[in-house]
Design a protein around this ligand. Structure first.
Ligand code: ATP
Length: 291
């Protein structure tokens, strides 16, 4: 195989709870992750000359070792002493530093693609073991779907697939550092934990309203005071008819779940008009596993 084109899909967190902090700075989490149909395009081409060449459409992103896609390729070249090289072309659509695991998903796509391209025959589990060395969300991005993530996010259990619904994703033009959010969280007491088990019950019952009612993200308590626009976007989504709206990951992206696509479109229009966010996408949950 000389070249492959892959979709690196974004994730949202339907629930995000933090249970504690490890000595190495990582946090023990309990999260329900969901893949959405918003993606970066990742093209991988084999070349005879050695080396990894990475082209990214966003000039402010690293195109060398600092890029997770590059790191993923370098890891496989080193471990398996692969012949020749690769050219990776990354076209980003997933908002960056947004809580949507864009970089992790690019890395997952490179691991998955190169495994096929070079005939490495690594199982999904073997790919995931390598993925976690690049980032805690990479194993999930390899797996995809509706998944309970525990440990530092790498202990994964498949859950019943999320019922079909429209997902509105809005990334306000503010940056938050995941590290800063977790550090601020360490300094305070978490007052309210989401009911992850009840949300899982909702998934088993395929009850969107129950799932929506159980959504919760402990990081909102930290990020929203830094970026109040998050709360304003949530309110616009709820007023427009979302069954619920919440921040994804450490933010600042907000997503809303809608039963009615027109209502999601209306909310998108209002978010644009109010100037709360420019990057706003109407999409849906994506439950297909990788083949
Ligand atoms: P998470 O949800 O896992 O916290 P995120 O959405 O917050 O992820 P990313 O978009 O993955 O964050 O990127 C965070 C930082 O990682 C960026 O500021 C960027 O400098 C760096 N980075 C490295 N590789 C990539 C990549 N392929 N795409 C985006 N960012 C990357």
């Amino acid at each position: 195989m000389k070249q492959m084109e892959l979709k690196a899909l974004a994730k949202i967190n339907l629930c995000l709870d933090v249970l504690g902090r490890r000595e190495n700075g990582y946090h023990d989490v309990r999260m329900v992750m969901q893949t959405v149909f918003l993606y970066d395009n990742v093209k991988i081409e084999r070349k005879d000359e050695p080396g990894i060449e990475l082209k990214v459409n966003l000039s402010y992103l690293p195109s060398g070792e600092g890029n997770l896609a590059y790191k993923a390729a370098a890891m496989l070249f080193e471990e398996f002493a692969l012949p020749g090289g690769v050219r990776i072309t990354l076209h980003k659509h997933i908002p960056v530093a947004a809580g949507l695991a864009g970089g992790s998903s690019d890395a997952a796509a490179v691991l998955f693609g190169m495994n096929r391209m070079f005939g490495l025959r690594l199982s999904e589990g073997e790919l995931m073991k390598r993925g976690v060395l690049l980032g805690a969300d990479v194993p999930y991005c390899i797996m995809r779907g509706t998944v309970l993530a525990e440990g530092i996010g790498e202990e994964l259990s498949i859950l019943p697939a999320m019922p079909k619904c429209t997902v509105l994703i809005a990334k306000p033009p503010v940056s938050v550092s995941t590290k800063a959010v977790y550090e601020a969280l360490d300094a305070k007491e978490i007052t309210e934990h989401p009911d992850v088990d009840r949300l899982i019950e909702g998934l088993k019952e395929q009850n969107l309203k129950k799932i929506a009612a159980c959504m919760g993200n402990v990081l909102e308590e930290v990020t929203i005071p830094m970026c109040p626009v998050i709360e304003e976007i949530k309110q616009v989504m709820k007023d427009a008819g979302a069954v619920n709206a919440m921040m994804s990951g450490s933010g600042p992206t907000v997503f809303g779940l809608f039963e009615n696509k027109d209502e999601a479109r209306k909310a998108r229009q209002m978010i644009w008009e109010k100037g709360f966010a420019k990057q706003v996408y109407v999409t849906n949950v994506h439950n297909a596993r990788r083949r």
